[in-house]
Write a new protein. Structure first.
Length: 336
C-alpha cells in the first residue's frame, strides 16, 4: 500500500449567504482542522453554474463566501483559500474522470434526482456530471480527508470508486481513497420554522435561518419567533424524540455553548421555551454578531479578498499542477 500524507480538502458553493447550519456543520470544523492539518478550502464556482447563475450575482457571491470563510476564522496563511475556476486543473481532471466514471454510477446519485426535478431532460449536463467534478476537486490534491455534510456522502463514495477504478485500469497506486468526515458540533441544523426540514439558503422564508450576515437584532428576533410546540422542555434527551423544534433549539444551544444536549436540559428542562429562547438569543448574538460585522467589513475590502483568492489559487496550482501532469502521463497523452 502506498502511503498518502494527510491532506484536508473541502468546498462550498457560492450561491446565497452562509447560515448557522454552515457555521455549526462545517465552518467551526474547518477552523479547528487547520490547527493540525494541511487544509485546502475551495469556493466551488464551477459547481455553482450547474444551475443558472446570474454572472454579476455569482461574482459577488464568490467574494461574499470568501469573506465569510475569513470572518469565521479560516486563516489564509495557514490554509489555502481559493475559487475553483482559477485553477484549471479541476476542469481538466474532471474530463478524465468523465471517462472513468460509468453512466450507471451517476444514475444512482440521489442529489441529481432532487436537483433536476421533474424535467430531467432540461437539466444541464454539468448537473449530471457534478460528482465527477467534485471527485476531481479532491483528487487533484490527492486529498485524504474531506469534511462534508451527510448529504454529500454518496458523492464521496463515488470519488472513492473513481479513484479505485483509475488506479485499477491504469495499474497504478496513484490516487488515495478519500475519507468523508461527517463532523462539526451540529451536523443537522434544522429550519427555525419547521424542525423537520434542514436549514437552507433556498428556503423562501428568511425567518427559517440565521444568516452569517444578520444583525444582532435580526438574530434575536428570529430565535424569539422560532417555531416551538406547546409542552415544557423535557429533562432528558429521550424526551426530545418526535419534538423536532425542541430538539433543534436544544441542539443549537448545545453546539454554540460547547455543551451536550443533556447539559442544556439540566439547565432548561421542565421550563418553558421562552427561558431557552432568551438564553439562546443572547448566546447566538454573542457568537455570531462579531462574525457578521467582520464579514461586512471584508465585503467592502474587495481588493484584499481578491488577493487572498489569487494567492490561494497560485498555491493550489503548485500542488495540483504536478499531480495532473502525472495523470496526463499515466493516461497516455504527450507531456512536453
Ligand atoms: N458538493 C458539495 C456541496 O454541495 C460542495 C463541494 C464541491 C465539495 N466539491 C467538493 C465538498 C469537494 C467537499 C469536497 O456541499
Amino acid at each position: 500500500m502506498t502511503l498518502f500524507s494527510p491532506r484536508v480538502f473541502s468546498g462550498m458553493q457560492p450561491t446565497g449567504n452562509l447560515h448557522l447550519g454552515n457555521y455549526l456543520g462545517a465552518m467551526l470544523n474547518w477552523v479547528k482542522m487547520q490547527e493540525t492539518n494541511e487544509c485546502i478550502y475551495c469556493v466551488v464556482d464551477m459547481h455553482a453554474i450547474t444551475l443558472w447563475q446570474d454572472p454579476k450575482a455569482l461574482r459577488q457571491a464568490i467574494r461574499d463566501v470568501t469573506a465569510s470563510y475569513l470572518a469565521c476564522g479560516v486563516d489564509p496563511k495557514r490554509s489555502i483559500i481559493f475559487n475553483q475556476s482559477q485553477v484549471p486543473e479541476h476542469a481538466e481532471l474532471a474530463w478524465v474522470f468523465n471517462c472513468v466514471a460509468r453512466l450507471g454510477w451517476l444514475n444512482r446519485m440521489t442529489q441529481f434526482k432532487d436537483k433536476a426535478g421533474k424535467d430531467k431532460e432540461a437539466a444541464s449536463v454539468g448537473l449530471y456530471v457534478y460528482p465527477n467534478l467534485m471527485a476531481a476537486d479532491i483528487l487533484a490534491y490527492k486529498a485524504t480527508h474531506v469534511p462534508v455534510g451527510d448529504d454529500q456522502k454518496q458523492h464521496l463514495e463515488l470519488a472513492r470508486d473513481i479513484a479505485a477504478k483509475f488506479n485499477n485500469d491504469y495499474e497504478v497506486e496513484f490516487f488515495p481513497q478519500p475519507e468523508p468526515m461527517i463532523t462539526g458540533p451540529a451536523t443537522r441544523v434544522m429550519s427555525l420554522r419547521d424542525g423537520t426540514k434542514k436549514m437552507s439558503k433556498s428556503d423562501p422564508s428568511d425567518l427559517s435561518r440565521i444568516n452569517l450576515t444578520d444583525s444582532a437584532d435580526d438574530i434575536a428576533k428570529k430565535i424569539r419567533k422560532a417555531k416551538t410546540d406547546m409542552d415544557a422542555l423535557p429533562s432528558e434527551t429521550a424526551g426530545l424524540k418526535a419534538r423536532p423544534e425542541a430538539e433543534n433549539l436544544v441542539g443549537i444551544y448545545a453546539a454554540l455553548s460547547s455543551k451536550t444536549a443533556q447539559e442544556v436540559l439540566n439547565e432548561f428542562g421542565g421550563g418553558q421555551f421562552s427561558g431557552l429562547k432568551n438564553a439562546l438569543a443572547d448566546l447566538a448574538v454573542e457568537k455570531l454578531a462579531p462574525i457578521a460585522d467582520e464579514t461586512k467589513r471584508l465585503q467592502s475590502e474587495q481588493t484584499y479578498v481578491d488577493s487572498v483568492l489569487a494567492e490561494g489559487a497560485a498555491r493550489a496550482r503548485a500542488i495540483a499542477g504536478p499531480i495532473v501532469r502525472d495523470v496526463r502521463e499515466i493516461v497516455g497523452f504527450i507531456v512536453s
